[in-house]
Design a protein around this ligand. Structure first.
Ligand SMILES: Nc1ncnc2c1ncn2[C@@H]1O[C@H](COP(=O)(O)OP(=O)(O)OP(=O)(O)O)[C@@H](O)[C@H]1O
Length: 639
């Protein structure tokens, strides 16, 4: 069993077998037609009738595989959604539901209605009574979906719960008792780790053995059964580069605080390429021979009694902070503390810290009180945690390009769901500028023109500092706007609620880039819908596609434009030759867009490959550690 758990070939074969089954058009058509027919018989069924039908299905799930219950389950779900919202599930949503229920990834374009597509598989998998986890990339989406869908489930006699972000095990334990539990991915993973700590094993261990050793009453989670993951590429791929680490905090001042401060001063004096070399794409720093000599000039520091790592590593950390970590991009300073910003979602984490002294190096660079390094109590890679679920599936609008990783790591095939109606999105040509300043002005000007027409505009930026720069440019034109970047106290739901109204201007970081549903009012729809401005291409093309997908949803009109400047991060770090050619060119001459576009897309693909390699390395290390632990345990067991 363990061999197949780690074997990518067997996972890929499993994915291939599922893919053959769900890819059969006739099979899909027959199931949808049968479900529709059954649902007509249930029209206007009472709540009691629906609950009685659910009970019958639960009874049936005891003796037969849940795949065989698709038709009757779909019929009751269709009816419950009809009675709750007064809408009919689309065929593409039933199709996606069928794919997810078959343990696969449904790739459904942004705005096609994935939230409702997840109800049917969650309902089906809850029938066994072993609990379903509906996993989202963040708390906002978990709460939004649980609140929206709870009436649909409760009409069917199915209970739902929501995980809290706080380490409140009693509240979360209660949420796990529900049939369907909503929560962000990290909350599920951390509860798993808390269970590990409760049984006295901070290192990960063979899952079943651990589960069986601890009495049910003490555990927060029930045994893992089924996971349905929304924005599955974000949760299983993008976030998988960083393992989940549960750490302890100490209020004691850091004993090596002074060393971090000195390292920061030393790092400022060192020169790139002379004293150290950097790999910008991997954020790695290496001291050169001359760098080592300079760093160890003061011999007392090399033998300082408070060193917790070799002295040159303090300096390397300080150089990494100086070279790659930027305030209001990678972190913010709030209440004299460093708070990490998640690059892909734009969220600010209150309780996360960088490990290995990096957080302290950043505190030194910002002249903040230096905290003690956290001590890791338990850790698990996301890949490992999610592979513990016997059944895993999900949905996203952007699975393209990740098919191989989904198949070999998680055994998941990707099934594209056809568009319900052709998109009405108008993709305007990219706009190229030489400097950032020119870009902010151009964005503000375009926003002003559309605002005068009454069109709502969403400006998506990739960092807090950028959102502030756009905000300044808009203020210079006396334009009123809403800023959503996690720093302000703005209520996310209400800002998003207003973003589609006539004449609204919203500036946001990636907070609004994924999963958010911007509803248009009737006038803004008439005027052409939401216009999305992408302020710069991200390192991942999927992030851009998600942002563009905030407009022209569900058959609505809309448009989008991407802005590029020679000073953009993607160009600066991964394709500097584009910057050189742009800066040399005549600012008034038209740039050769197709060529620049192709080169930027290539830079994005290369970055995606590098990230995939990083994840693969993490997985290999994880495998080696697991094998080592297993051997140790076997040896101590046989002694
Ligand atoms: N069957 C339906 N009938 C009418 N409206 C629907 C239906 N399904 C979904 N919608 C509406 O379509 C909009 C988009 O739905 P939703 O947010 O679930 O899309 P999505 O696919 O999850 O988008 P994204 O990929 O951006 O997360 C919502 O306003 C939702 O209420």
């Amino acid at each position: 069993m363990i061999a197949s758990f780690w074997n990518p070939t067997s996972r890929a074969k499993q994915a291939e077998a599922t893919s053959r089954r769900i890819g059969c058009e006739n099979w899909v058509r027959q199931h949808i037609a049968a479900a529709r027919e059954r649902s007509l018989e249930l029209k206007d069924a009472s709540r009691e009738d629906l609950i009685a039908l659910t009970d019958q299905l639960r009874w049936a799930a005891r003796s037969q595989p849940i795949e065989t219950l698709f038709t009757p389950a779909a019929a009751v779900v269709i009816e419950s959604i009809r009675q709750t919202f007064g809408i009919e599930l689309f065929d593409v949503q039933l199709h996606a539901g069928l794919v997810i229920a078959s343990d696969a990834v449904a790739e459904m374009q942004t705005g096609e209605g994935k939230t409702l597509s997840g109800v049917l598989p969650a309902f089906l998998k809850s029938l066994t009574g072993r609990g379903v986890h509906v996993i989202t990339p963040n708390c906002y989406l978990a709460q939004r979906d649980q609140e929206k869908l709870n009436p649909v489930f409760s009409r069917l006699g199915v209970t739902t719960g929501i995980l809290t972000e706080q380490a409140d095990s009693s509240a979360n334990r209660k949420a796990y008792q529900a049939d369907v539990t909503y929560g962000p991915a990290h909350a599920f993973g951390f509860d798993y780790l808390r269970d590990q700590i409760a049984i006295g094993d901070g290192s990960f261990a063979v899952y079943d053995r651990i589960r069986n050793r601890l009495p049910m009453s003490e555990k927060i989670q029930r045994p893992l059964h089924a996971a349905i993951i929304d924005e599955i590429d974000n949760v299983l791929i993008d976030d998988a580069v960083s393992p989940l680490i549960l750490s302890s905090r100490s209020d004691q001042p850091a004993t090596d605080a002074e060393l971090h401060r000195i390292a920061c001063v030393v790092a400022k004096r060192l020169e790139c390429d002379r004293h150290y070399v950097v790999d910008a794409s991997q954020r790695i720093v290496q001291l050169t021979e001359s760098g080592f000599q300079t760093v160890y000039k003061d011999r007392d520091l090399a033998v300082h009694p408070h060193l917790v790592r070799p002295w040159h590593e303090y300096v390397t950390l300080a150089i990494r902070v100086k070279s790659f970590f930027r305030r209001d991009v990678d972190y913010v300073v709030c209440d004299r503390k460093i708070k990490i910003v998640d690059a892909s979602t734009g969220r600010i984490f209150d309780d996360r810290t960088w490990s290995g002294g990096l957080h302290q190096a950043a505190e030194a660079a910002e002249r903040l009180p230096i905290t003690t390094e956290t001590r890791s109590l338990a850790r698990i890679t996301r890949q490992r945690y999610f592979r513990y679920y016997p059944s895993i599936a999900g949905m996203t609008g952007t699975a393209r390009g990740c098919e191989r990783e989904f198949a070999s790591v998680y055994g998941l095939p990707v099934q594209p769901i056809p568009l319900r109606i052709a998109t009405r999105r108008v993709m305007l040509p990219d706009c190229v500028t030489r400097t950032m300043k020119e870009k902010w002005q151009a964005i503000a000007k375009e926003t002003q023109q559309l605002h005068q027409l009454g069109r709502p505009v969403l400006i998506g930026t990739s960092a807090i500092s950028e959102s502030n720069a756009v905000a300044n440019a808009l203020e210079n034109l006396d334009l009123k706007f809403e800023l959503l970047n996690g720093v302000q106290d703005a209520d996310e739901a209400s800002v998003i609620g207003r973003a589609g109204q006539t004449g609204a201007i919203t500036v946001a970081t990636n907070l609004a880039g994924r999963g958010t549903d911007i509803a248009l009012d009737s006038v803004s729809r008439e005027l052409g819908g939401l216009h999305v401005i992408v302020s710069q291409r991200s390192e991942l093309a999927r992030v851009d596609r998600q942002l563009i997908g905030r407009g022209a949803r569900c058959g609505d009109p809309g448009s989008a434009r991407i802005y590029i400047s020679a000073e953009d991060d993607l160009i600066r770090l991964h394709a500097p030759w584009i910057a050189r050619s742009l800066l040399r060119s005549d600012p008034n001459a038209p740039h050769c867009m197709p060529k620049i576009k192709r080169q930027l897309q290539k830079a994005q693909t290369n970055q995606q490959r590098r990230d995939a390699m990083l994840r693969l390395r993490l997985l290999q290390q994880d495998n080696q550690t697991a094998t080592l632990l297993r051997r140790q345990r076997n040896r101590s067991g046989s002694c």
